[in-house]
Ligand binder design. Structure first.
Ligand code: AMP
Ligand code: MG
Length: 596
């Protein structure tokens, strides 16, 4: 059995970024730009007005106010789309609409609301003169030529994934077509004598072919073009024939016929005309997976078509598609972010992992109080396709975890998120751990001060083995606790305290939702056994050893050296004790929620 990572690496090593094609910009959504795009024009092309109002000379408005308006002679009007024909000379103004070019001489626009236009109109006064009711600074309500895009500049870089906004920018430059990496064509073949196509009568012993449709929809979703080959029967001849029809595609995805049954012959076909062959992957569901390269002669050239043979069970085929076919499609499209977006969530049920494979459990994800929770969708059989319809995520249970208990933190791949969403939703939490007297508290103080200086909102959590006393005997809050209330909240104009009795000590992951989601960073002192990211403070006078194993640590802060203590390949980043700015930079890069 090979690991999920090894299998993925193999698959990716057999697919290449495809060639570019030029097409209409509206057909390029989600594709990768294959050329640098420069602008040949300024946007906006001329200085123009950001408001409906009067184009004026700023100096003419000096001293203007509601009580002492400055009156200017209105010499004309200019609307968006036309060019001004007159100049604004001292003592004059031109009525101007949003987007209209600024007339010669004018250097500011006073919006209608700051003139006496409305009162003039209601009293049917002439608009040949206008009262300016406030002082306008130079540049007020003026959009400068080229302030968005300057001619000659690089506007969109090769490699950019085109979203609606990039397509808008291309249009603003006047481009109707652009060069993008083309979409891969993915041929899809279902296999099995038991399969009947949708729309056909269902006779005894048969089932409808659902994999073709689920897979084709996945191909489309990730940007490929599905080509449906239909249903291949469980015979070498039928499969060879059908596979032959799919060899013009950039990739062939089959389902079924890869396990150990008598009729599971996809792997035999692959062994005959392909490279590599059959694997089992250390995952559940989805253990049997065939992968190979089918060779095809085109004239005198030989073409190689990557073939991914997914297991037949509908859930297995979808999950293996997500893990292997999706990244292959994205790579062919020229994308760089191939990993499924993931979050960390608290699991709300137990999961046992009986045979040491990586488990992908279907879960429903909810967000409460700034924390994600994942609950199982119900029966997890690999034939139960409705478990996928209920799911919005796959909880990934590592091979080495024999059991995950409710309340544990797990990684969840989000099924419906775009690539860009995962990272941003990581909890901004980091724990400072270390032996007693190592200086955890001092480092906490230094970091808190440093992050405050950087403008971040910081919460600090302290682990207290010994229990605590904060609602002091005799105080009202204490009396309420004594009377039996399970929680007491004290609210003052500038602070809030919340004291809650708990039946067991909470996991650190359960605490952020209680603290609230407004903080850019949660610094935790202690919780050395938790699985939140940890930085260990190491003091050489307390011995050469670390409290945690190096693999668990994100970094070490030390006044000594770890050279003798940890092998190079296991050593996390090491920072000097006292170098708070560098430590803070490291935390900021990895954890700080983007300060907006
Ligand atoms: P196989 O890997 O071919 O042994 O198939 C495993 C299970 O998945 C069997 O119960 C098949 O009936 C089922 N299966 C295979 N292909 C499909 C398909 N295209 N649609 C729905 N179920 C399928
Ligand atoms: Mg079969």
């Amino acid at each position: 059995m090979i690991s999920v990572e090894e299998a993925l690496e193999k698959v990716l090593s057999y697919v290449e970024v495809l060639e570019p094609e030029r097409k209409p910009i509206l057909d390029c959504l989600g594709q990768v730009l294959a050329e640098d795009v420069y602008s040949s024009i300024d946007i906006p092309p001329l200085d123009n007005s950001a408001m409906d109002g009067y184009a004026v000379r700023a100096e003419d408005t000096r001293g203007a106010s509601e009580s002492s308006p400055r009156y200017l002679v209105v010499v004309g009007e200019v609307a968006a789309g036309s060019m001004p024909t007159k100049e604004v000379k001292p003592g004059t103004a031109i009525r101007i609409m949003t987007g209209a070019p600024l007339p010669e001489g004018a250097d500011a626009v006073v919006q209608f609301e700051d003139t006496d236009e409305v009162s003039r109109k209601s009293s049917s006064e002439e608009l040949s003169r206008i009262g300016i009711l406030c002082r306008a600074k130079k540049g007020l309500n003026v959009r400068c030529r080229g302030e968005d895009i300057a001619a000659g500049n690089l506007i969109l870089e090769k490699g950019t994934v085109l979203r609606p906004q990039e397509i808008g920018v291309l249009a603003s430059l006047g481009h109707s077509a652009t060069l993008v990496i083309r979409r891969p064509i993915v041929a899809i073949l279902a296999t099995g004598d038991e399969l009947v196509g949708v729309g056909q009568p269902l006779v005894p012993g048969k089932i409808y072919d659902s994999n073709t449709y689920a897979i084709a929809a996945e191909v489309s979703r990730y940007g490929g073009i599905p080509r449906i080959l239909g249903i291949g029967r469980d015979s070498i001849q039928s499969l060879n024939e059908k596979i032959g029809e799919g060899l013009d595609a950039d990739m062939l995805v089959t389902s079924g016929g890869v396990s150990k049954g008598d009729y599971d012959i996809v792997k035999d076909v692959l062994a005959e005309c392909g490279e590599i062959g059959f694997w089992t992957v250390c995952m559940k569901p989805g253990k049997p997976l065939a992968f190979g390269v089918i060779k095809k002669s085109v004239g005198r050239k030989k073409r190689k078509v990557p073939h991914l043979g997914l297991p037949g069970n509908p859930v297995s085929s979808m999950i293996t598609f997500e893990q292997f076919a999706r990244p292959a499609i994205l790579k062919m499209m020229g994308k760089k972010a191939l990993a499924k977006p993931t979050i960390r969530a608290i699991i709300e049920g137990d999961i046992t992992n009986t045979d040491g494979r990586r488990v992908f459990a279907r879960v429903m994800v909810t967000r409460r109080g700034g924390q994600y929770y994942a609950s199982l969708t119900g029966p997890q059989g690999s034939g139960i396709l409705t478990s996928m319809t209920k799911a919005d995520g796959l909880a990934v249970i590592p091979e080495i975890s024999k059991e995950v208990k409710a309340g544990d933190m797990v990684e969840v791949q989000m099924l419906d998120w775009g690539e860009e969403q995962g990272e941003a939703s990581k909890l901004p939490i980091v724990a400072i751990v270390g032996k007693s007297e190592s200086g955890k508290t001092v480092l906490m103080e230094q970091l808190i001060a440093e992050f405050k200086k950087r403008g971040a909102k910081v919460a600090a959590v302290k682990h207290s083995h010994a229990g605590m006393e904060i609602d002091h005997p005799g105080k009202d809050s204490w009396k309420f606790s004594q009377a039996g209330s399970d929680a007491v909240c004290i609210s003052a104009p500038d602070r809030l305290a919340f004291i809650k009795n708990v039946a067991r000590e909470l996991n650190i992951e359960e605490i952020p939702p209680i603290i609230g989601s407004e903080f850019d960073l949660i610094l935790v002192e202690g919780f050395k056994r938790s699985i939140v990211p940890k930085i260990e403070v190491h003091r050489k006078e307390l011995g050469d050893d670390l409290l945690c194993s190096p693999e668990e640590l994100l970094a070490v802060v030390t006044d000594g050296s770890l050279d003798t203590l940890v092998a190079d390949n296991r050593r996390p980043p090491v920072f000097r004790w006292g170098d708070t700015a560098t430590i803070a930079n490291f935390i900021e890069r990895n954890f700080l929620r983007a300060v907006s």
